[in-house]
Design a protein around this ligand. Structure first.
Ligand code: NAD
Ligand code: IPM
Ligand code: MN
Length: 355
């Protein structure tokens, strides 16, 4: 029987609190479905490691985690101690770029029983995927600061869109749309104001769409698109966006389903040349860290996505079903969803519901 080797990296803040619950549920689902998981735990990619070593990760981080079947990640960032761009570019963004995880796949789903902040919305009204470009775009290292500390000081940072980079994320998104009942794709743009890169993005969308005649597609400028997420979430099926737009949409979408605390993600290298990283969409939440009240569902659902990615569809689905059954009961929800369960109680409830 195949054994999957998983690298586990909890990171900072509530990453350390939600990961044990994710592992609890993964272990339960694996046992019930005859899947063999082996976990290797790593203590880097967090402030504690940086404090000791002066860097976020060991020099040989790629050798340490690059051969695993997948990486299960918590959250990173502790801005009181280390600037976010230093900790993030020293860890998570490195994984995404150096493991060529060019797809950031983020489902948005209103779960039964969970109140949406949008009046009158029920399950089924909000059920779409955000497909975020994850290796280039606005997140680029091209640019710099000139004439520092003088009146002439200025900074630039260029958006980079490569043809290969844009086409491969669009292809992934169109394929996903084609596989869904609604076969609908929305592209996030801003080609009215951002006059070089965004018209290029639109041009590539149009070219890719020709290869997927069964997919109905449309595009919105990012400003009105955010408004439409709130006013008409039922319009969306697959939403594809550049790195920054996808980032914004993948916090807004889950907020419309009650909380960002349940949102999962996969940073995926579809070719399988490198391991993919599965992590909740949320960050380390310093404002609630250490209190044991964080919602573990984002981490748990990310575990389910990881199993599905590994080909263990039934085990993955058993976790998503268990999440639905847990969230349907208010007393099992954490505070961000109006419940009073703590992190562990919620994680245990999901584990008990797995069948
Ligand atoms: P955040 O997602 O950590 O928190 C935003 C708000 O949502 C906070 O009020 C927090 O308490 C709440 N929240 C988040 N997750 C929750 C959960 N599971 N249960 C209940 N409430 C939850 O975003 P932020 O405050 O902008 O960033 C904090 C730190 O995390 C920064 O260092 C940031 O760079 C980092 N960050 C990391 C990731 C990541 O690792 N993928 C993602 C986002 C932010
Ligand atoms: C996310 C996060 C990261 C991003 C930050 C922490 C760099 O917000 O995973 O969505 O912008 O990608
Ligand atoms: Mn984000």
């Amino acid at each position: 029987k195949k054994q999957y080797r998983i690298a586990v990296i909890p990171g900072d803040g509530i990453g350390k609190e939600v990961m044990p619950e994710g592992l609890r549920v993964l272990e339960t689902a694996a046992k019930k479905h005859g899947v063999s998981l082996h976990f290797d735990h790593f203590d880097f990619s967090c402030w504690d490691y940086y404090e000791k070593h002066g860097q976020m990760m060991p020099d040989d981080w790629k050798e340490k985690i690059g051969k695993h079947d997948a990486i299960y990640f918590g959250a990173v960032g502790w801005p009181a101690k280390i600037p976010d761009h230093v900790s993030l570019w020293g860890s998570l963004i490195k994984f995404r770029r150096e493991f060529d995880q060019y797809v950031n796949l983020r489902p948005v789903r209103l779960m039964p029983g969970v109140p949406s902040p949008l009046a009158g919305r029920k399950p089924g009204d909000i059920d779409f995927w955000v497909v975020r470009e994850n290796t280039e775009g606005e997140y680029s290292s091209v640019g710099g600061r000139m004439f520092p500390e003088t009146d002439r000081e200025f900074v630039t940072q260029q958006t980079v869109m490569t043809r290969v980079g844009v086409d491969r994320i669009l292809k992934f998104a169109f394929e996903l749309a084609q596989s869904r009942p609604k076969k609908h794709l929305t592209s996030a743009t801003k080609s009215n104001g951002i006059s070089i890169t965004m018209p290029y993005w639109d041009e590539r969308v149009e070219a890719m769409a020709k290869k997927y005649p069964s997919v109905k597609w449309d595009k919105y400028h990012i400003d009105i698109l955010t408004a439409n997420f709130v006013l008409h979430p039922d319009w969306f099926d697959v939403v594809v966006g550049s790195n920054l737009f996808g980032d914004i949409l993948s916090d807004l979408g889950p907020a419309c389903t009650g909380t960002i605390g349940i949102a999962p993600s996969g940073n995926i290298n579809p070719e399988g040349n490198f391991p993919s990283v599965f992590e909740p969409v949320h960050g380390s939440a310093p404002d609630i860290a250490g209190q044991g009240i964080a919602n573990p569902i984002g981490a748990i659902w990310s575990g389910a996505m990881m199993l599905e990615h590994l080909g263990e569809k039934e085990a993955g689905k058993s976790i998503v079903d268990a999440i639905e059954r847990t969230l349907a009961e208010r007393t099992l929800r954490t505070r961000d969803l109006g419940g009073n369960a703590d992190t562990t109680a919620c994680g245990k409830a999901v584990a008990e519901m797995v069948d």
